[in-house]
Design a protein around this ligand. Sequence first.
Ligand SMILES: [Zn+2]
Length: 86
Amino acid sequence: MKVMDCLECKDLDRALKLTIASYMTARSAAFYRVCTDIAAKKEVDMERAKTALQEHRLVCPLAIRTELADHAGDFCAPVAPASKPD
Ligand SMILES: [Zn+2]
């Protein structure tokens, strides 16, 4: 995971992780069979948190800069000699 300087990014990211964890628990827990409504609601919460983070990142200058830095890193990364002819 990349380090994010933006507080809102951090908050949204933390919220997303919590909802994902909560959803996973609901899915795997025994009560998923008993109460699919709760699991479904948690899935909605998770999607909402995901959307909130994505929408914020569209307008967040720090996130945009981080994305660019990530891509620059990809381009600059040394290419591993995966298939060298012998
Ligand atoms: Zn942000």
